[in-house]
Structure formats: C-alpha cells, structure tokens
Design a protein around this ligand. Structure first.
Ligand code: SAM
Length: 221
C-alpha cells in the first residue's frame, strides 16, 4: 500500500498529521494506530462532495443511509484490539473501507463483510486504488461471521448490536479479542471481549452511537 500511496502523491499529509495529533490529545496512546491514521488517506473513502471534511474528527454520511465512523471511535476500537503484524482479523461492516485500510496496515490479513452491495463495491474500488492487497471482502450478513476463515485473532464489529452475536464469539481464536458496540438502537457501549482458554472476559468502554447491525444475529431491520 505504501508504494501506491506514494505514487498517488498522497495529498493532505498535514491534515492527516493534525488529525493524528488531535486523537493523541483526546487520549489515543497506541503509536502504531496513530501512525496508521497518519498514513491512510481518509479522503479516498468519503464522497467527493464532502472530501473537504475528511480530516475532521466526525462521522460522515457515505450513502445508503450509512456513515464512516468518527476517527476517534476507529482509533479507540483499534487500540483496544492490540493488533500485531501476524494477526488475522474479521471486520463486520466494511462501510467505506477506511477502517479496513487501517486494519490492513496493522495486521497480516483482513476479512471484511458488508451487507450493502453498493458500499461493498465502493470499498473494494477504494482499497484497490490504494493498492491494499491483504484484504478479502465479501457482501453478506456478517453477524454469522466467516466460518471458512475462522478462527480470528481479532474481530471488530462496526455496527451497533442488540447482543453479542454468538457465531462471532465461537470464531474467536485462543487469546483472541473482539470489539463490538452493544446496546439500544440509539446508543451503545463499546464492549471488549477476550478469550483466555475457555473463558470469555468482557469489559465495557466508551458510549457510542453506531448505525444498527442488521442480520440474523443482530437487529431484524
Ligand atoms: N468502519 C466503517 C468505515 O470505515 O467506513 C464504517 C461502518 S458503518 C458505521 C457500519 C456498516 O455496517 C454499514 O456499512 C452497514 O451497512 C454495515 N452492516 C450493518 N449490518 C451488517 C451486517 N449484518 N453484516 C455486514 N455489514 C453490516
């Protein structure tokens, strides 16, 4: 990805640096996460009409009634996952593909599922244009996970779930971590689950407001 970004000229480097500095001031400490944010052009992943807002720390509509999440929320989720270069990651809710690109910098391979075909196709095109190779995308219901590629060292759910989807827990590797926003439709808490042997330990973090996770193990609609 680095080479093709360099070939693309990667404008707005100052804006990305300022965004990473803002996130550090707001409490993000993981330097690998901040470096990924500084290196990844968020303006590639938002509609051209709102590209001037790409480096604000705010969510932005991406079409189909969905949003690219606030950078702080992406950074917090990635920090909680404590990713390493050897990790295989499942992402549920590809959306624009921006977080997929961040994950691809921090882990070995990313499997990402999006239920809305137009978003799946847009994300695939954006990731291709940046030369991101270590991702596999699918358009389906991600609440069932991706059993063919399980188990995963890390799972990140990018939409708000009424409960933690059981298939995703089953697909966590030994020592695996999962970040999932859980709660009501209008407000959730970021839950971090960690598998140690047969035990799953849950800790809750920030209050957030995600679009709903719609599917067999999520909201009905
Ligand atoms: N992290 C994404 C980004 O960087 O643009 C933003 C994700 S957006 C907040 C949530 C996404 O989850 C939406 O694109 C939505 O269509 C998707 N989604 C909701 N339910 C889903 C499901 N069951 N399986 C896959 N994707 C789902």
């Amino acid at each position: 990805m680095e080479d093709s970004v360099a070939r693309a000229g990667l404008p707005l480097g100052g804006a990305r640096r300022r965004l990473a500095e803002e996130l550090r001031r707001k409490g993000i400490n993981d330097s690998a996460v901040l470096a990924a944010i500084e290196a990844t052009p968020r303006h590639f992943f938002v509609p051209s009409g709102v590209a001037h807002r790409a480096y604000e720390d705010s969510p932005i509509p991406i079409g189909s009634g969905q949003t690219i999440s606030q950078p702080f929320v992406h950074a917090r989720s990635l920090e909680l996952l404590r990713l390493s270069e050897s990790d295989r990651v499942l992402e549920v809710g590809t959306g624009s593909g921006y977080q997929t690109a961040l994950l691809a910098r921090l882990a070995r391979h990313v499997y990402s599922i999006e239920r809305v075909p137009a978003l799946h196709e847009g994300a695939a095109a954006a990731l291709r244009s940046l030369g991101v190779g270590n991702v596999t995308l699918e358009c389906s219901d991600g609440t069932a996970g991706w059993p063919e590629h399980a188990p995963f060292d890390a799972i990140v759910v990018s939409a708000g779930a009424p409960d933690i989807p059981a298939p995703l827990v089953e697909q966590m590797a030994a020592g695996g971590r999962m970040v999932v926003p859980v709660g009501a439709r209008g407000e959730q808490t970021i839950a971090l689950l960690e598998r140690t042997g047969n035990r799953i330990v849950r800790r809750d973090f920030d209050a957030v407001r995600f679009v709903p996770l719609i599917g067999e193990h999520g909201w009905a609609q």
